[in-house]
Design a protein around this ligand. Structure first.
Ligand SMILES: [Zn+2]
Length: 335
């Protein structure tokens, strides 16, 4: 299987750098092929223009990969949404695409991650998603779609509940937190919802904070471990998966218990951002700004999976701010 991918030819034992074009804009594409034919894994990064978790990881991964010990091909789209990305630093970059994007402004399809699997003759976003869907994802064995999330969220992977193969990938990636979402809903044009259904290729969302154009080194290493896990899972590399002792699967549509401040104070957390908790476990205390005594305490009313536990903006919290959610029906998986 050494056929071209978006016009670029993989070469056994080599990393090939190139690009493909959408409306004459070159989008970077990198192909790393092992010594033997095998699965095709796509690492897709930065469809949102300030979210570089995957883009920042990929050079570290490529530098360390032993292609002679690898089977199959790793295809990387390191900077998918390049016109938007460049506009975060250079306002007038790609004026033609800026016009096409402006004409779509205010519609649900301004956001590229509402446009999958794309439209052949559509707007810039729809053409880009169409080209990637049919030129690359359709042939792939799995697609990993890298994003960045809020500081108070843990690293997590997401999958659509109608794709068991995507669930396997989401768990094998090896983050402690996994988010199951329904197929329909107001974000239904998302890559990880549409690609498994329309193209039959397992695909997951990978979310890692922060959403701020920079990626900390420890996140780079987390992302690299996840990709190596998927390569092992697909048989591209030998070796055991590195999994955490506990993984928790949350369900978007399940009912949740929210923890919220009722007064101003300093929030002291007694759990990590995500955790399996038992009834009665202390989650967070609000301390007085006058004498630092406890003026409010939140404990788990039932056992379950705790998520987004942390200060949303500051540890000095205001009345009504969210401090975390508990899902009683979350699946707790012990590895
Ligand atoms: Zn995103």
């Amino acid at each position: 299987m050494s056929s071209d991918l978006l016009g670029l030819r993989p070469v056994a034992g080599e990393v090939v750098y190139g690009s493909f074009e959408v409306n004459k804009v070159p989008i970077p594409l990198v192909l790393a092929k092992g010594s033997r034919d095998g699965p095709l894994l796509v690492v897709h990064c930065a469809q949102h223009p300030t979210e570089y978790s995957g883009s920042a990881m990929i050079a570290t991964l490529l530098r360390e990969l032993d292609l002679s010990a690898m089977t199959g091909t790793l295809a990387v789209v390191p900077l998918a949404n390049i016109p938007f990305i460049l506009r975060t630093r250079v306002p007038d970059a790609y004026p033609a695409q800026a016009g096409s994007l402006a004409s779509a402004e205010g519609t649900p399809r301004t956001n590229i991650n509402r446009c999958w699997p794309g439209v052949e003759d559509g707007t810039w976003n729809e053409r880009l998603t169409y080209t990637l869907s049919h030129g690359l994802f359709e042939q792939a064995d799995a697609v990993l779609d890298f994003h960045s999330c809020r500081m108070c969220d843990p690293n997590f992977t997401g999958y659509v509940n109608t794709s068991p193969a995507s669930r396997e990938i989401a768990l094998a990636f090896g983050f402690e937190t996994v988010d199951e979402t329904e197929e329909e809903g107001h974000f239904s044009g998302q890559l990880h919802r549409r690609v498994p259904i329309e193209l039959g290729t397992p695909a997951i969302l990978v979310e890692m904070s922060p959403t701020s154009k920079v990626v900390q080194r420890h996140r780079v290493l987390d992302a690299r471990r996840g990709v190596l896990n998927i390569m092992k899972h697909l048989g591209m590399l030998e070796g055991e998966l590195e999994l955490p002792d506990t993984q928790i699967v949350f369900h978007r549509m399940a009912s949740k218990i929210g923890f919220r401040t009722s007064q101003i104070g300093f929030a002291s957390f007694h759990q990590p951002e995500v955790a399996a908790v038992e009834e009665g476990d202390l989650i967070v205390e609000i301390r007085s700004l006058e004498d630092f005594s406890v003026v409010e305490a939140h404990t788990a009313p039932t056992s379950g999976g705790l998520a987004s536990c942390g200060a949303p903006t500051s540890h000095v919290v205001l009345p009504g701010e969210d401090l975390g959610t508990l899902e009683p029906t979350a699946e707790i998986i012990r590895n």
